[in-house]
Structure formats: C-alpha cells, structure tokens
Design a protein around this ligand. Structure first.
Ligand code: FAD
Length: 453
C-alpha cells in the first residue's frame, strides 16, 4: 500500500465493507500476497453480525448434517471458540436447519480485527464510500467521506462487500430493490436481555408444545446449550389484542446467548420502509427502539423465566435483510436453491432454506434446499454488469429476492467473501479483469485454502 501526505492511498485491491463477506475476502486476498485496503464506515468489523447484533451464524451444514462450508469461515469460528466467543456449531432447536453457530458480537469484533491484521489487511475505519471514479468501464478510484474531508483510494481491482451494493450502484451497475412489486424483506432491530431464568422458559415450552413452531426439536431443548425459540402464539395474540404490542408478526423469536441468563431477541419488525432512504431508515431506528420498549414489558409480563429480565444491549443499527440486489452476469434463482443445483463454476455453497419474512406483514415463508441439501453459487453471481474490475461479495450478489432469502446468511456470505478475495487476487494477473479469471484455477486455490466446493 502507498499513502500520500493528504491521506489518499493506493493498493492492489480496495474493498468496501468489513462485514462477514468483506473480512473473509480481505484475508483471502492478503494471504495471496496482494496489498488490500478494507474501508469500513464504523470503527469495528463484523457489519450486520456485530453492528446489528444479528446471530447466530447460519449455517455451515445441510439439514442432514453434512458440513458444506469450511475455509476462512471455519477458521473464524475456531478462533471465536478458542477466545470464549462461541460454542461452535450446535443443534438448531427451532428446526430451520441442522446447526447454528452462536457467538458473542463483541468477541467477534476482536477476532475479525485480529485475523484481518494478522493477514496484513490495511483497515480504514470511519470512512464512507460515496463515489467511484471510472474510465472505459473500469473503476480507477473510490472517494470516501471522512472526518478530515474527502479521501481518494486508487486500486487495480475493487470488491463491493457493503451489503447494499454501494460501489456497484455508484458505478452505474443496474440493480433491483424488491421484485415484481414485492418490497424487500422487513428490517429488525435486535437487542439482548439479561437475568433470564431459561430453565423456567424451557419447562413451559415442554408442557405447551402446541404454542411453538411445529418443527421445534422439543427433545433437545433441555440439553442444547444455546436454544432458539419460535412461537408463544397465544401470549402474543393476547398482547396484540389488548394493544400492548403493535408489531406486525405472528410469533416471537429469540435465541439464548452463549452466556447464562442472556437472550437475544429477534422479534421487532419494521415493514414497508426502504433501507436506502435515510428518512425511512431514521424512522426504522426509532420504530425499532419503540418496539423494543413494548417487548421488554411484554416479556416481563407474559414469558415464564423473563419476569426480572433487563436490557443489556441494543444494536448500533437496525438490521437490514435486503436492499439492492446488484445485477450480475448470472442471477441465482429460487429454483437453483430449492432444487439444490450444482454448477461447474460454483465458488461457494449455501445450505440454508429460503427464509422470507413477509415484506408487508406477519408471516415467515421457509422453503428447504432440495437435492443433496446444498447448492452452488456460480462465480458470475459475483460479477456485476458493466464494470470490468469489480466483484460483489455477501448479501449484495446477483440473486433474486427469493434466492437471497437463503444466500444472504453469514456462513454463506463468508464463503462468498473468500471466493471474491481469491478471485480478485487472481485477476491481478489479468489487469484486474474479473471475467478473465480461470474458474478451474479459482476453484483449485479455494480448495487449497480449505474451502469446500
Ligand atoms: C434481522 C436479521 C436477522 C438475520 N438473521 C440471521 C441469522 O440468524 N443467521 C445468519 O447467518 N444470518 C442472518 N441474517 C443475515 C445476515 O446477518 C446478513 O445478510 C449478513 O451478515 C450480511 O453480511 P455482508 O458481509 O454481506 O454485509 P454486512 O455484514 O452488512 O457488511 C457490510 C459492511 O459494509 C459497511 N458499509 C456499508 N456501506 C458502506 C459505505 N458506503 N462505505 C463504507 N462502509 C460501508 C457496513 O458498515 C458493514 O460493516 C439476518 C439479517 C437480519 C437483518
């Protein structure tokens, strides 16, 4: 990396967004000996997993329990476990997938920062990308808002792991928000409560099974260290009928944390807002905290074990499930996911069902992955139209609204990130032209670095 006196800089690879995908991508590219600058608007890494407190990670395994994601994502989990920040892959008691990987967001911030720095990644925090400079279909530089004014970063190849596809959108790549008149998935404001007597909660669940989602693994609830809970239908209906909660959903959803007595609540729902519109986003933050307040009262009044619970932490920002879906050389479809399709140009796998929280209101739609329980993500999903030297990673790859309902989750985002970082490094031999990367070489490098394809 080269730096000038006025804070501008230059590197082989410029990467925007230090979330699950971006960190993985930056580590992969740095390990291949390339200079990388990772730009992040916050002062920590992890993105949605830390800033929005979204967890547990889903999922490294098919429904039958076969592990389909390893490599850098698995290294991060191993490091989380050895740092006391995760219990590793454990059974999903809700029954959506076979395993979840619960973690503590504050420890994840430490693990990601140390892993990225060990790999040699240069990190620029507190910097917002707002513009790209292009010539003949290539990005030459990006411009950042910083506290000290505008900073320019020049690179040979760029990775957009901003979740929202900011770099691609600012470069004129076409994108969709919502599909066929259907809005993007709703936003959710996550918070954590403490002092929960979970044994009481589990005892209640075991004696009121009809009140919970039909796939719940009741037999495992008492023995699994971290549990997910989806239901409490009657209490929820009663509170809605009495006007005690005004949240458009049909059940409550929470996961116990990795520490005793802590529970992460994923029950707020903010619908019909555009996560790219700052006014809507402002409303969503306010609405999220309003719903949090009513949920605290609800939990204490209705849910066994939560009588004396208190608020431990609320997210830094509202969680955005879906915003821009960047148009790429190939678009992952619902059928690719639900039929468990494999592709000869696959660079990462997904195994999580299509999980759509109703954009307009109450329900959740779940569609399992067919075939052998996993599907491939083709490399062209990472290549945005119209630009030669840009790759997408994570939530903003080219996918339909439904397919994104599966491939957006954290384990898959990290696996896609590893592929994007590796492809970006390989593209440097081809002047950063990401379409010229040899797929067999990319796949070879990925498997050498522990990825499962
Ligand atoms: C409510 C909710 C529940 C979910 N539940 C689960 C779950 O249980 N399990 C699971 O695995 N997944 C879940 N997901 C999905 C998953 O968390 C995300 O899709 C995934 O974390 C996205 O990773 P990413 O790296 O693509 O993007 P992000 O993690 O969002 O990272 C993007 C990064 O880019 C930065 N950034 C954005 N724009 C700019 C800019 N212009 N300049 C500089 N930096 C920028 C952001 O600050 C952020 O750090 C859920 C998501 C939500 C919202």
């Amino acid at each position: 990396m080269k730096r000038t006196e006025n804070w501008d800089a230059e590197a082989d690879i410029i990467l925007v967004g230090g979330g699950s995908a971006g960190v993985s991508a930056s580590i992969a590219a740095s390990r291949l000996g390339k200079s990388v600058i990772l730009v992040e608007r916050y002062g920590f890494l992890g993105g949605t997993a830390t800033a929005a407190m979204v967890g547990p990670m889903a999922t490294f395994h098919t429904r039958s329990g076969k592990q389909v994601i390893k490599g850098i994502p698995e290294e991060i989990v191993d490091e989380l476990v050895s740092s006391g920040g995760s219990l590793g892959h454990i059974k999903d008691t809700i029954g959506v997938c076979s395993t979840y990987t619960p973690f503590e967001p504050e420890i994840l911030k430490l693990v990601l920062l140390s892993a990225a720095r060990r790999a040699g990644v240069n990190i620029l925090f507190h910097s917002w990308v707002h513009e790209t400079l292009q010539k003949n279909g290539r990005i030459e530089a990006i411009r950042l808002y910083t506290k000290g004014g505008t900073v320019t970063l020049k690179g040979k190849v760029f990775i957009d792991s901003s979740g929202d596809g900011d770099v691609a959108a600012f470069s004129g790549v076409p994108f969709s928000v919502g599909e066929n008149g259907v809005r993007p998935q709703p936003m959710t404001f996550i918070f954590k409560v403490g002092n929960v007597k979970l044994k009481e909660t589990v005892n209640y669940i075991l004696s009121h099974r009809e009140e919970f989602w039909h796939e719940t693994l009741f037999d495992d609830l008492a023995n699994t260290p971290v549990i997910g809970v989806s239901g409490f239908y009657s209490f929820w209906k009663e509170a809605q009928a009495k006007g005690e909660v005004d949240i458009p959903r049909d059940r409550i959803l929470f996961f116990s944390g990795i520490r005793p007595g802590e529970v992460v609540v994923n029950t707020t729902r903010i619908i019909q807002k555009n996560p790219l519109n700052p006014w809507d986003l402002s409303h969503a933050e306010e609405e999220g905290r309003k719903q949090l307040s009513s949920l605290l009262v609800f939990f204490r009044k209705y849910i066994p074990g939560f009588q004396d619970c208190y608020l431990v932490q609320a997210a830094t920002q509202v969680g955005v499930r879906e915003s821009r879906r960047i148009h790429g050389d190939y678009t992952l479809t619902a059928e690719d996911v639900s039929e468990g399709r494999s592709f000869s140009n696959g660079i990462a796998k997904g195994a999580y069902p299509i999980d759509i929280h109703d954009p307009e209101g109450k329900g959740i739609i779940l569609k399992n992955v067919g075939g052998n329980g996993s599907y491939d993500i083709p490399y062209p999903c990472l290549i945005p139209q119209k630009v030669e030297n840009l790759l997408m990673a994570g939530r903003c790859i080219s996918a339909t609204h439904e397919a994104l309902g599966s491939c957006r989750i954290q384990a898959t985002a990290m696996a896609i990130g590893q592929a994007a970082g590796t492809a970006a490094a390989l593209s440097l031999d081809k002047k950063g032209e990401v379409r010229q990367v040899s797929i067999p070489e990319l796949r070879n490098r990925l498997t050498q670095m522990g990825a499962l394809l």
